[in-house]
Structures are given as structure tokens and as C-alpha cells.
Design a binder for this molecule. Sequence first.
Ligand SMILES: Nc1nc2c(c(=O)[nH]1)N[C@H]1C(S)=C(S)[C@@H](COP(=O)(O)O)O[C@H]1N2
Ligand SMILES: [Mo]
Length: 195
Amino acid sequence: MNKRQFLGSAALAAAALPASGAAMTMRGPALLTITGDIKRSNRGALDPVLDRMMHNQKISFSKALALDFAAITALPAVTIRPTLEYDSKPHALHGPLLLDVLALAGARPGDAAKLVLRAVDGYAAALTVAQARERRFIVATHLDGQPIPLGGVGPLWAVYDADRVPEMAAKPLPERFASCPWALYHMEVEGNAQA
Ligand SMILES: Nc1nc2c(c(=O)[nH]1)N[C@H]1C(S)=C(S)[C@@H](COP(=O)(O)O)O[C@H]1N2
Ligand SMILES: [Mo]
């Protein structure tokens, strides 16, 4: 994706949220909480009393952008068709680019910035912004046209089209998706330096 396209989709992404300062209306529970070096937030610090799962997973933050399903599905989405390791068959995965989701938080991290993607079972994967862009990571909201169950690989899955990344397509299927947490619920941005 070239820079113009990226900026275009990031601008669209920003338009999906009210101007900073305005409260974002949550229609459903927060499914994804973005913390770290962000500029736009809609909630305050981690509450060790009630934010139990994040507290238990040693997450801490002073502010965060919490997104419900509607906020994520309001973004422009793409469809990818990677062969999955579970049945060795291609499946349609649909959702916004992960970097467009981060843009909702006003995060325009430089290529070397680190992203930590964390799932409800405590599994976490780290990748750089450059990797997220080059591998075209998405936050999948739909699998084969359907919303993805919690208890399956959803409701959100950070995933990419491994078949279309030569370096990863060369690996055996079970080695292609280690950086793809299913049941994604938290993303942290470390280092917001704009290149
Ligand atoms: N939430 C979550 N996502 C995950 C994992 C996991 O344990 N939990 N394992 C990762 C690894 S190491 C691989 S190889 C693939 C497949 O693992 P799975 O069989 O546990 O789904 O998913 C990745 N995503
Ligand atoms: Mo793995």
C-alpha cells in the first residue's frame, strides 16, 4: 500500500470517530482496548478493581481508546483469503487494516515502533509497525462471511494473508500464524515516533 492510500484510509478511519474530546457512544461492550503511545482516548486509567483481566495480565495504562464492534466494523474493510493451518483450506477473513484501527487512537507510529497484540487467553504477539504494514495485518471481524464467535477464533482476530507473503508462504502452515492472536482484545503501541 502506498503512502497516499494509507493516509486516505487513515483519514477515513479518523472520520469514523467524533472529534477528539467528544464522548464516543458505545453501543456494545468494548472488544478492543488500545493503549500506549496514543493521542486519542475515551477512557481513563486501568482500574485494578474492575479491569480484572487486564490487571491479571499485567497491563497498565493511564488512558485508552476502547472500541466496540460497531466502531471497528465502521472502518473500511478488506477481505483476505489465507490458507489456514486448522484445515489447510483458504478462508475469507474480512476486517479493517490493523494500522487503520490504530489510527482511530491517533497513533501514527513510526516503522520501528513495536505493537503488542494480546488475546483473552493471555497469548501475546509483538510485531513492528513495518511488519504490520508489509504483511497487511487486519483485525478480522468476519470469517467466511460470518461474525466470529468468542470460543472460536473471534470475535476479533489479528491476522494476515500468509499465502501472499513469500517469506511466510515458504514455511509450513503451522509456522505461519504465531503472530496472529485470535480472541484479540488489547493492542499496545510502544514508540510513536513518526518517520
Ligand atoms: N489467542 C491465541 N492466539 C494464538 C495462539 C494462542 O495460544 N492463543 N497461538 C498462536 C500460535 S503459536 C499458533 S502456531 C497459531 C495456532 O495456534 P492454535 O492452534 O493455538 O490456534 O495461533 C497463534 N494465535
Ligand atoms: Mo505456534
